[in-house]
Unconditional design. Structure first.
Lengths: 311, 276
């Protein structure tokens, strides 16, 4: 089942006295997110990531196109009963304690009042905020606010959780904890839609990733698909390649280079890779490993944004 | 249920702001002053109201004393009206713009609540806080007059509802500008300017604005505007008459209810169309 589906969703913001100035935030954006996945939307500032979430939550109306969440075509206020949202730069009432914030927004989300105390306790513990639950929010640090925001997004036991920069301002230990929470939520069948600038983190938790730039979808796929770099393989060997072997190998691959005890062979087909391996073995070169060469998600992202890696 | 949660949340929000404690403090000072000043003296000729121990009225019968006490209370209620408007608008004008601020509105509207519910919850919460403040003052004064003069004018207690009703009508205008501008200062200025430059002149149009032109169209427009907007001065005057036990026209109250409802409806429609 699809948790989120958008079909040619576009958004043009109009501003100015006569609303004549137009800013295109999103252009014919179509994606499908399966239930139970961690899906990340990546893009530079102003790419349209937050606009997309806001349209799914009916905070902004689409200029054209359509979208549905959990099978319900938007706008539909009932969808929000099953959705949790951690906005970027959220502002909680400073005069409330963390616990009161959860009670207030939990009640607005329709959670039964009898269930709230137990749920608040569980969530405060989950996000590591139990000892500060009675402290006023105005005294919270940025990281504590993010943790509280995550708990708030989960207070109504949602099926889909939208998180906009959830680890912003959180220390490395806290980030790891949040990653664990996300994985745990996924194990429990929740769908997580993540907007983040922290590509290394996205890489660690996401099932699928979409890259957006200036409102246009550039690429969508699994993290493996996004980071694969064609048919380049890294062959681990002991020692160095004899020159005649290098020359012979270069005859049937696109490129071959050696760095330390790693030989990188850029092949057109798997058959070419096997030819290289056969050649090395015939020449008594000891092979310790063969792995497909990958770039980091950050490299792939930058390559896409700068246009080098666009399909 | 969600509207009640929003109302309670707004009461808590306003309780956290110093402005309303200032209003409660001023009310308390006025009540202390009233408790020290107001008294009654019984003589062979009847009873008289005293002010700091000195007779403020000739000795009268108990019935006449009740009338005098009613007028005294009506005077206080009239005086309170200005305080309610100024402090009430200042203290509550930020409620709706704050709720619509980036980072806050996202939290509200990501919950299964309609935008009109958010507006209504915040509106009713603000009005409820002002009602509590008015009730504190009116209730306190009613007790003081009752205990010290021996006149228990239940009609005076009604004035707490009347004054709240008048404030609620004006607050619809403040809420409207809060939605349109999302700015507290603009909402305050618009509310006060409406009171001074629209409601007041329209109320006295027959002796003021009518003199600018004899055109039937012009005067018709003025009359139309008078019936479109909440009639704050007419309600204030009606409230004072009612507290004094006199007859008062109820039409301004009914018309203002429709008008304030219409203004809130337009505000809800504008809010519904906004992108956040």
């Amino acid at each position: 089942m699809l948790a989120i589906e958008s079909d040619a969703l576009s958004k043009v913001y109009k501003s100015g006295v006569f609303r004549r100035q137009e800013v295109t935030a999103l252009t014919e954006f179509s994606i499908q997110v399966e239930t139970g996945q961690i899906f990340s939307l990546l893009g530079p500032n102003g790419a349209g990531k937050t606009t997309f979430i806001k349209m799914l939550l009916s905070l902004a109306a689409p200029t054209s196109g359509s979208a549905s969440v959990l099978g319900r075509r938007l706008p539909d206020v009932r969808v929000r009963e099953k959705v949790g949202y951690l906005p970027e730069n959220h502002r909680y009432p400073g005069y409330l304690t963390g616990e009161q914030v959860l009670r207030y927004f939990g009640a607005l989300g329709g959670a039964p009042s009898s269930a709230l105390p137990g749920r608040i306790g569980t969530l405060m513990e989950l996000v590591g905020m139990s000892q500060w639950r009675t402290m006023k929010v105005k005294k919270y640090s940025k990281g504590m606010m993010q943790r509280l925001g995550l708990a708030q997004a989960l207070i109504n036991d949602p099926e889909i959780i939208f998180l906009d920069e959830p680890t912003d301002g959180v220390d490395p230990v806290g980030r790891k904890e949040i990653r664990e929470i996300l994985r745990d939520l996924k194990r429990r069948g929740k769908t997580i839609f993540l907007n983040s600038h922290l590509l290394s983190e996205v890489e660690l938790v996401s099932d699928r990733v979409a890259v957006l730039d200036k409102g246009h979808l550039l690429k969508v796929g699994t993290v493996d698909e996004m980071t694969a770099t064609g048919q380049a393989y890294v062959i681990g060997i002991t020692g160095t390649l004899p020159d005649p072997v290098t020359v012979a190998a270069r005859a049937f691959v696109i490129g071959l280079s050696q760095q330390g005890e790693n030989v990188t062979a850029e092949c057109r087909t798997i058959a070419e890779l096997n030819q290289v391996i056969d050649l090395l073995r015939r020449n008594n070169v000891e092979i310790t490993s063969v792995t497909r060469q990958r770039s980091t998600l950050e490299d792939s992202f930058i390559s896409l944004i700068t246009g080098e890696g666009r399909p | 249920m969600k509207i009640i949660t929003l109302v309670r949340g707004t009461i808590r929000e306003l309780a956290a702001k110093a402005t309303l404690y200032v209003l409660a403090g001023i009310s308390t000072l006025m009540l202390i002053f009233a408790a020290l000043a107001i008294g009654a003296d019984s003589t062979a000729d009847g009873m008289s109201i005293t002010f700091f121990g000195k007779p403020a009225s000739p000795p009268v019968t108990h019935d006449t004393l009740a009338d005098l006490a009613g007028k005294l209370e009506a005077g206080f209620a009239g005086g309170l009206f200005f305080g309610v408007v100024v402090f009430g608008v200042f203290g509550t004008a930020g409620v709706i713009p704050d709720a619509l601020e980036k980072g806050t509105v996202d939290l509200y509207l990501s919950k299964p609540i309609a935008r009109w519910q958010l507006l209504l919850g915040k509106y009713l919460g603000s009005v409820a806080v002002i009602f509590l403040n008015i009730l504190y003052f009116i209730g306190g004064l009613w007790l003081i007059v009752g205990v010290k003069v021996g006149v228990w004018n239940t009609q005076f207690l009604l004035s707490a509802f009347l004054l709240t009703y008048v404030f609620a009508s004006l607050y619809a205008v403040v809420a409207f500008f809060g939605v349109v501008s999302r700015n507290m200062a603009i909402a305050i200025i618009a509310g006060i300017l409406y009171l001074l430059l629209v409601a007041g002149p329209l109320e006295g149009r027959q002796t003021g604005l009518y003199l600018l032109s004899e055109s039937g169209i012009y005067r018709g427009i003025l009359d139309g505007l008078y019936y479109v907007f909440p009639q704050i001065p007419a309600m204030e005057s009606g409230a004072i008459h009612l507290i004094s036990g006199e007859q008062a026209q109820l039409t301004p109250f009914a018309q203002s209810l429709l008008s304030a409802g219409g203004i809130l409806g337009v505000a809800a429609w504008l809010l519904h169309r906004k992108d956040f």
